[in-house]
Design a protein around this ligand. Structure first.
Ligand code: C5P
Length: 239
């Protein structure tokens, strides 16, 4: 498989064409942004950790029957994925209060939620990715009803699986964001990435954040946190 033209460059990844119209070449970058692009920086090694961590999670979820876009790993920072049209809806699942939920509802950071909370955000940079509900999704025709039902069910199942995987590494899965896409055959697939950029991971004993909050909130030891997640998942740290 050869890398073709650049199709799209996002905040954290570059997507290239391949000779197969149904497959894209994904390259993870070290660039980091937060607060809708207002804060910019670079995290050394992030491209490698996120690529490796995301591949690990997608393969794990795939073994448990989750349909996803990953085809195979190519290198430390690259992977092949099925070409999908991403639905413009970010799906957030929360197990504890943190971040925007804690702020919006005045909840104490770390409060254990009595049941997982699923939220939808409209992927729209100009509007700052606003929180939306299922009626808004219908109104804006961002997804079909049946896709939305499938997404909700799959997101909760992924939550159960990721909680279990992280618990085995001594880590609390506070919350995370998922994106779904539709492939060229019309199948709904889990897409994008699952990494410390898109999840909140806290050490179970110390409650120390091991994720992008270290960058967002200038907590220091950012690279160490990404490396720590990879090593706890059983990977070998060599950046
Ligand atoms: O900021 P907020 O508390 O809404 O984030 C919830 C979860 O979604 C966090 O794990 C965060 O990393 C993730 N997220 C993301 N991309 C965004 C917004 C949030 O990965 N654009």
């Amino acid at each position: 498989m050869k890398r073709g033209d650049l199709l799209y460059e996002g905040k954290a990844k570059k997507i290239y064409r391949t000779e197969d119209p149904d497959v894209v070449w994904v390259e993870y970058k070290d660039d980091a942004t937060a607060f809708n692009g207002e804060k910019k920086g670079s995290i050394t090694g992030k491209g490698e950790w996120n690529n490796r961590i995301s591949i690990h999670f997608f393969e794990y979820l795939g073994r448990h029957g989750v349909a996803h876009h990953l085809v195979k790993s190519l290198s430390a920072t690259e992977q092949l994925a099925r070409k999908v049209t991403i639905l413009p809806v970010e799906v957030v699942v929360r197990n504890r209060a943190a971040g925007s939920l804690a702020k919006r509802l005045g909840l104490e950071e770390g409060l254990v939620l009595t049941q997982p909370v699923v939220e939808f955000y409209y992927k729209n940079d100009d509007l700052g990715d606003p929180l939306i509900n299922e009626d808004h999704i219908r109104l804006l025709q961002l997804a079909e009803d049946q896709q939305l039902a499938q997404i909700r069910e799959e997101a909760l199942r992924i939550n159960e699986l990721l909680i279990k995987r992280m618990d085995a590494c001594g880590i609390i899965l506070v919350d995370f964001k998922l994106e779904f896409g539709v492939d060229t055959a019309g199948k709904l697939l889990l897409a994008d990435e699952i990494s410390p950029d898109t999840c909140r991971f806290w050490d179970r004993e110390t409650k120390k954040p091991l994720d992008k909050d270290r960058f967002r909130r200038d907590l220091g030891e950012v690279e160490d946190a990404y490396r720590e997640i990879w090593t706890r998942l059983g990977g070998t740290a060599h950046v």
